[in-house]
Design a protein around this ligand. Structure first.
Ligand code: ATP
Length: 514
C-alpha cells in the first residue's frame, strides 16, 4: 500500500514540476483543496472539456449546450433540496482533532476487506494456475465467504443509517466496526453531525437590502430552470438533452486528495429529458454510452467499473457511478442518475410556473423525467494524468519518465527541435513551427542535447518530437519521434501536418465510440 502513496505523491509533484497543477495562492501557503491549472494543465483541461462537449453536443442532434450563471435565485436551492438535504455526516476524532466524513470512514473500512478478498484470489490463482475457478473459489473458500458476509452486513447497516438519517446509529456502526483514526490510532470519536456543503455569499451593496445567495453546488439546476426556454427556442422534441460545463462549489468536509475532491471544481453535466416510464431504457443507454466515451480514450478497460448505488439520493430512482482506478484505488469518476421528475416538479411548485412539455403525438402535457450524466472535469483530469504517468525501464538499463496522455488530449502536440543551434537549422525549425501552428499547439526547443530534450517532452506528454538536422537542408526531410514507442522515422516536412493530424484528430478518437 505504501506503493500507492508513492505513486500518488509522484503524480502530484510531476503535475507541479511540469506546469500542470499548482496549489492556489501558494506564496501564502496555499488554500485548502483549491488548485490552479498551470500552462499545460489549462490546455489538458480544455481538451478534456472539448472532447466531452464534442461527444455530447456536436455528435448528438438532440443535445444542445448552454452556459448558465454560477449565481442563481436562492429559491432554486430550496426547490432542489440542497438547503435541507445537501449534507454530509461528519465525525471528529478527539485525539487527533481530525475531521472525517462518517460514510467515507465506513466505506474505506469496507474497501479494505474487499482488498483482502482480492489478495486471497490473486494468491489462489498463482497456486492453482489454469485450473483455478474464481467463481467456485468465491463461493466455497471459508475466508472469502466470511469476509463477503462482513461486507454485506456493513453495506446493509450503512444504507439503513443513511436512509433513516440515524446519526446515533452511524456512530454506533463506527464503534462496532472498531474503526480507528489513521492519525491518532484511537477510537475516541465525537457524535456524528450533519454539515451543509453549500457556500453562502451576499448579493447587493447595502447590508439591509443584501440578498443571501449560494455558490452553485452543481451545474444541473441551471439546466432545469432553463428547460422550457431551451425547449421552446430550439424546438427540440422529447427525448432531448441539455449539456453544460462550469464551476461548482462545495465546502467539502475532508478534501485531502489533491484535485480528486476540491472546494471549487468544474462539472460536465447533461440532463436528458424523457417521457415518464422510459427511464429504465435510457438509464441503460446512458450508462453504456458514457462508458464507451471513457473507453475511447484507451486508458484500459480494467481501470473502469460500474458501481450501482444502494443508497439513492432524494431525487433519484436509480443511480450508478462509473468508477476509475485512481492511484488510491477505485473511486467515483462519473455519476449516471435517473432523477425522475423531481427537479422540474419542485421548480414548478416553488416558482408557480408550469414546466411541462406538450407531446403532439399523445396530445397531452406532462412533466418530463430526467436522466443525468455528471462528471467532474478535475477528477477526469486526475484520472487521465495519473494513468498516463509511467516510469519505463529501457533496454539500456536506464529509466524514463513518460506521460502517455491520449494524444488527442495532450497540451502540446509536437515539439520542433533543431539538432544544433547553428548552420541554419534553427531557422528551418522555426519555419516548421510557423507552418504547423495553424493547426496544432506546437513548441520550439533548442536548449540542451537532443536526448535531454526528448526526455523533457516525454515527461511533458508531447506525442511527437520533430528534429531538424543537416540532412534536412539537403532533402527537406526531418526525423519524427513517437513518444510512446520512441520509434523514429524520416519523413518529408510536407507530410508532417497529415501525420500529426491522423494521430491527434478528435474525429479519429471519437470514432472509437462507434
Ligand atoms: P462524492 O461521493 O465523491 O462526494 P458525489 O456523489 O457527491 O461525489 P455528484 O454530486 O454526483 O458527486 O457530482 C458529480 C461528479 O462531480 C462526481 O462524479 C465527481 O466527478 C464530481 N465532483 C463532485 N464533487 C467534487 C469535488 N468536491 N471535487 C471534484 N469533483 C467533484
Amino acid at each position: 500500500m505504501a506503493n500507492q502513496d508513492d505513486t500518488f505523491k509522484k503524480v502530484i509533484s510531476h503535475a507541479k514540476e511540469y506546469g500542470y497543477v499548482f496549489q492556489s495562492s501558494e506564496i501564502y501557503d496555499g488554500l485548502s483543496a483549491v488548485y490552479d491549472y498551470a500552462q499545460n494543465g489549462a490546455e489538458l483541461k480544455k481538451n478534456i472539456r472539448d472532447y466531452w462537449w464534442r461527444a455530447m453536443v456536436q455528435m448528438n442532434e438532440n443535445i444542445v449546450g448552454i452556459d448558465a450563471a454560477i449565481f442563481m435565485h436562492p429559491t432554486t436551492w430550496k426547490a432542489s433540496g440542497h438547503v435541507d438535504a445537501f449534507n454530509d455526516p461528519l465525525i471528529d476524532n478527539k485525539d487527533s482533532k481530525k475531521r472525517y466524513r462518517a460514510d467515507v470512514l465506513v466505506e474505506d473500512f469496507r474497501e479494505k476487506i474487499s482488498e483482502k478478498i482480492e489478495k486471497d484470489i490473486t494468491k489462489a490463482k498463482k497456486r492453482f494456475g489454469d485450473a483455478f475457478d474464481e467463481k467456485q473459489f468465491r463461493e466455497t473458500n471459508p475466508n472469502v465467504i466470511r469476509r463477503q458476509n462482513q461486507i454485506n452486513e456493513i453495506t446493509e447497516r450503512l444504507t439503513k443509517v443513511q436512509e433513516e438519517g440515524d446519526l446515533e446509529g452511524f456512530k454506533q456502526l463506527i464503534l462496532d466496526l472498531g474503526i480507528i483514526c489513521p492519525l491518532s490510532g484511537s477510537k475516541n470519536w465525537t457524535d456524528v453531525k450533519q454539515f451543509n456543503l453549500m457556500f453562502g455569499t451576499k448579493l447587493g451593496a447595502s447590508a439591509e437590502t443584501a440578498m443571501d445567495l449560494y455558490l452553485r453546488p452543481e451545474t444541473a439546476q441551471g439546466i432545469f430552470v432553463n428547460f422550457l426556454n431551451v425547449q421552446k427556442t430550439s424546438r427540440l422534441k422529447i427525448p432531448f438533452g441539455i449539456a453544460q460545463t462550469g464551476k461548482a462549489f462545495r465546502n467539502e468536509i475532508v478534501a485531502r486528495q489533491f484535485i480528486f475532491r476540491m472546494r471549487e471544481f468544474e462539472q460536465m453535466e447533461m440532463q436528458f429529458f424523457i417521457k415518464p416510464g422510459t427511464q429504465g431504457e435510457w438509464y441503460e443507454h446512458w450508462k453504456a454510452h458514457r462508458m464507451k466515451w471513457h473507453l475511447s480514450l484507451g486508458m484500459g478497460e480494467d481501470n473502469y467499473r460500474f458501481h450501482d448505488h444502494e443508497k439513492l439520493a432524494h431525487y433519484a430512482d436509480a443511480a450508478a457511478d462509473i468508477e476509475f482506478k485512481f492511484p488510491f484505488g477505485f473511486k467515483e469518476l462519473e455519476g449516471i442518475h435517473s432523477r425522475t421528475d423531481f427537479d422540474l416538479k419542485a421548480h414548478e411548485e416553488y416558482s408557480g410556473k408550469k414546466l411541462q412539455y406538450f407531446d403532439h403525438e399523445d396530445n397531452a402535457s406532462y412533466t418530463p423525467y430526467v436522466l443525468e450524466t455528471s462528471i467532474g472535469l478535475d477528477r477526469m483530469f486526475l484520472a487521465v494524468f495519473s494513468n498516463s504517468l509511467q516510469e519505463e525501464e529501457l533496454e539500456n538499463g536506464t529509466t524514463r519518465t513518460v506521460l502517455k496522455l491520449p494524444s488527442v488530449l495532450a497540451p502540446v502536440k509536437a515539439a520542433v527541435l533543431p539538432l544544433i543551434k547553428r548552420d541554419g537549422l534553427p531557422e528551418v525549425a522555426r519555419k516548421i513551427v510557423e507552418e504547423l501552428k495553424w493547426d496544432f499547439n506546437i513548441i520550439y526547443d533548442e536548449k540542451d542535447a537532443v536526448g535531454r530534450r526528448y526526455r523533457r517532452q516525454d515527461a511533458n506528454g508531447t506525442p511527437f518530437c520533430i528534429t531538424v538536422d543537416h540532412d534536412t537542408l539537403e532533402d527537406n526531410t526531418v526525423t519524427i519521434r513517437h513518444r510512446d514507442t520512441m520509434a523514429q522515422e524520416r519523413v518529408n516536412i510536407d507530410n508532417l501536418r497529415a501525420i500529426i493530424k491522423k494521430e491527434v484528430d478528435v474525429r479519429n478518437w471519437l470514432m472509437k465510440m462507434k
